[in-house]
Design a protein around this ligand. Structure first.
Ligand SMILES: NC(=O)c1ccc[n+]([C@@H]2O[C@H](COP(=O)([O-])OP(=O)(O)OC[C@H]3O[C@@H](n4cnc5c(N)ncnc54)[C@H](O)[C@@H]3O)[C@@H](O)[C@H]2O)c1
Ligand SMILES: CC(C)=CCC/C(C)=C/C=C/C(C)=C/C=C/C(C)=C/C=C/C=C(C)/C=C/C=C(C)/C=C/C=C(\C)CCC=C(C)C
Length: 603
């Protein structure tokens, strides 16, 4: 293949059936600022199934493959899944593409290539797919490794990227709609639920800040403007000039709207309309949840996508845990002739005449391909997998604009079910008394309780509490083993005590299972340098302007994942996997994009 062709399958509008039937989703527009007209009864917890166009046989085969993979994994033999086509390609040394890493970004890129007939091999260092969106099993509990708030499974618009990526390989996952995206527990006793129903949420927020009713409407209204523009486009890579041209011709208003907001940040727009410092802090928390920085450093396009899509497509939890998404993508990849090898640690990207032509594994094996796609972070890709003299100038630009965000301390708990009050929400953000601690290590606590939606993830009469909070690798390096373990338990206890005080009296005593991970754990199992959660801007960014796309300045080397446009988040890395590369106007257009990114550097 002289070029990579990656884009969404054209036949991609899934049909959604709600079991039992509930009201259909309403997508508010920016005009919809009618507060307090919300009525209860909307979308009770029901499982809905995304039905795919794939044939029954394909789906049956897929289920069998997933079951086989799960069984192999349990027996510890899940080292390699490779189709006959991929095995033949390996023998002939003829892969079209090697993907380093089976995170969601890597798997989406691999499957999108495979459906276009490319011979693809994914190389994953760990034992199972998914990376941060993986899972692990202990004592009857299925824990999500990281991600748990799932966008991209919506019914309408073009942002249902998860559904469409799965559907492209004939796969489906059963979903449980989350009626509340997140329950905020913030300083000054601010307790706010982000209901799936937009008006219900706006109503609750306005009740807390009645004097800011107009500002609230205007800020969120401007977010809807961006969201409406986003959903009206066919979403593909902005690196494809002909696609962009086509979108501009078809929908000039939407494209101009996006171009207008492209270099802007959510915080500046919020400050145009809102004066109350508590409310501005709350909007910072809304952005922090998705970008781990405050609103003035969060691109307006990303903020709008999240703040609106949670009400439009909604947040939906995959039955069986977040890990089922990666399992299904792998099954689809295998059916489309691709392959995946686990415990395959890529040590170097092999360059010939400045061009990426393959990879070398830690056991010395060399595998060659026409293109290499890295799902490792850009730091890992350019600092570890390539020699320093090979790092292109454009990467240095990226490293000036973005730095590694903090890592996480994560606590996975099993608890007796009766410690949770009735009606407890699935996701919580807790910062009790000081807004200034929001971005600090151990400041804000993220809490996810997936078992309030899917009780199959734990033994009867129990719940899972997945708690995480920012933590720096510097805090954990060079400690002797015993000190390391003691420190883990000490800090975890403080976090658990805070939750006991704020949300769940009696929590300590209700714990039946407990496992604590640190930035060292993240680094080890996710192979992310310093265990970083993802890139954050070094200063005040020009919105999304500085974010690099997939193509790198090294011929044959592409990146996907959260250090590519549009950034952190499972739906964002899915977008990053939907690359399409055309040779038409390629070089000149790439130069133009690089020049645009340069503007962010000079700002
Ligand atoms: N880390 C968390 O706790 C957490 C929590 C919530 C959400 N998330 C989201 O998950 C997203 C990350 O997705 P992603 O697709 O960018 O990446 P990822 O980190 O999920 O996956 C990358 C994969 O590449 C593998 N890998 C890395 N280097 C390798 C090498 N040299 N050889 C072989 N395999 C290698 C890793 O083992 C991992 O499986 C982030 O955007 C983040 O928002 C993460
Ligand atoms: C040429 C140029 C440059 C331009 C032109 C103009 C235009 C046309 C433009 C366009 C654009 C576009 C298309 C864009 C797109 C974008 C997108 C898609 C975006 C997306 C984003 C997403 C995101 C950001 C997401 C995120 C999420 C997240 C991160 C999440 C998270 C979560 C968590 C952390 C959870 C936790 C919580 C608790 C537990 C509480």
């Amino acid at each position: 293949m002289a070029m990579l062709l990656l884009h969404l399958h054209p036949s991609s509008s899934p049909s959604l059936t709600c079991l039992p039937s509930s009201q259909s989703l309403r997508i508010p527009t920016q005009k919809s600022n009618q507060f307090c007209s919300w009525r209860p009864g909307f979308c009770k917890q029901s499982i809905f199934r995304i039905s795919c166009k794939g044939s029954l046989t394909t789906r049956k085969k897929a289920t069998e493959i997933s079951a086989k993979a799960s069984a192999a994994e349990k027996q510890g033999t899940y080292a390699m899944e490779i189709s006959e086509e991929a095995a033949a390609a390996e023998k002939e040394g003829k892969y079209d593409a090697i993907v380093i890493g089976a995170g969601i970004g890597g798997l989406v890129a691999a499957t999108q290539l495979a459906i276009r007939g490319a011979r693809v091999l994914v190389l994953e260092k760990y034992l199972i797919p998914g990376g941060s969106s993986g899972y692990y099993e202990r004592d009857g509990f299925t824990f999500d490794v990281g991600s748990s708030v799932m966008f991209g499974f919506g019914e309408k618009g073009s942002l249902n990227l998860m559904t469409r990526s799965l559907e492209a390989v004939g796969k489906l996952v059963d979903l449980i709609p989350d009626p509340t995206t997140v329950h905020y527990h913030m300083p000054n006793s601010i307790s706010i639920r982000v209901h799936r129903d937009y008006e219900h949420f706006i109503c609750e927020l306005t009740e807390k800040f009645p004097h800011e009713k107009e500002g609230i409407g205007k800020f969120y209204g401007e977010c809807w403007k961006v969201h409406n523009a986003l959903i009206s486009l066919e979403l593909k890579s902005l690196e494809e000039p002909l696609y962009l041209l086509e979108q501009f011709v078809r929908n000039p208003i939407a494209c101009l709207t996006l171009a207008f907001y492209y270099p802007q940040n959510a915080g500046d727009i919020a400050r145009k309309y809102i004066k109350d410092q508590n409310l501005l802090n709350f909007i910072d928390a809304e952005c922090f949840l998705i970008s781990t920085v405050r609103a003035y450093r969060t691109p307006m396009i990303n903020a709008s996508m999240v703040l609106c899509e949670r009400h439009a497509g909604g947040i939906n939890y995959p039955v069986g845990g977040v890990g089922s998404i990666a399992k299904q993508l792998v099954a689809g990849l295998l059916e489309r002739g691709g392959g995946i090898k686990y415990k395959a640690n890529v040590r170097k990207i092999i360059l010939r005449d400045g061009k990426a032509v393959g990879v070398r594994l830690s056991n010395g094996t060399e595998i060659f391909s026409k293109k290499v796609i890295s799902n490792a972070t850009r730091w890992d890709t350019f600092e570890n997998l390539l020699d320093q003299d090979a790092v292109p100038e454009d990467e240095k630009k990226f490293q000036k604009l973005y730095k590694k965000g903090l890592s996480f301390l994560s606590i996975h708990l099993g608890v007796n079910a009766d410690v949770l009050p009735e009606g407890t929400d699935c996701h919580h953000l807790v910062l009790e008394d000081d807004w200034d601690r929001m971005e600090d290590p151990y400041g804000t606590i993220f809490l996810s309780i997936p078992t309030v939606l899917d009780s199959s993830l734990c033994p009867a009469g129990q719940h899972i509490l997945h708690i995480f909070t920012a933590s720096s690798m510097d805090d954990w390096q060079g400690l002797p083993r015993e000190e390391y373990i003691a420190k883990k338990e000490r800090i975890a206890n403080v976090i658990i005590e805070r939750l006991e005080k704020t949300l769940f009296p009696g929590l300590q005593k209700a714990i039946t299972f407990r496992e604590v991970g640190t930035p060292r754990t993240h680094k080890r199992y996710l192979s992310r340098t310093d265990g970083t959660y993802g890139p954050i801007p070094t200063g005040r960014p020009l919105g999304l302007l500085g974010m690099p796309f997939n193509k790198t300045d090294l011929e044959g080397l592409y990146c996907v994942g959260d250090s590519c446009f549009p950034g952190q988040g499972v739906i964002a890395v899915t977008f990053s996997g939907l690359e399409r590369q055309s040779v038409v106007l390629d070089k000149g257009y790439q130069k133009l994009l690089s020049w645009i990114r340069g503007l962010a550097l000079n700002y």
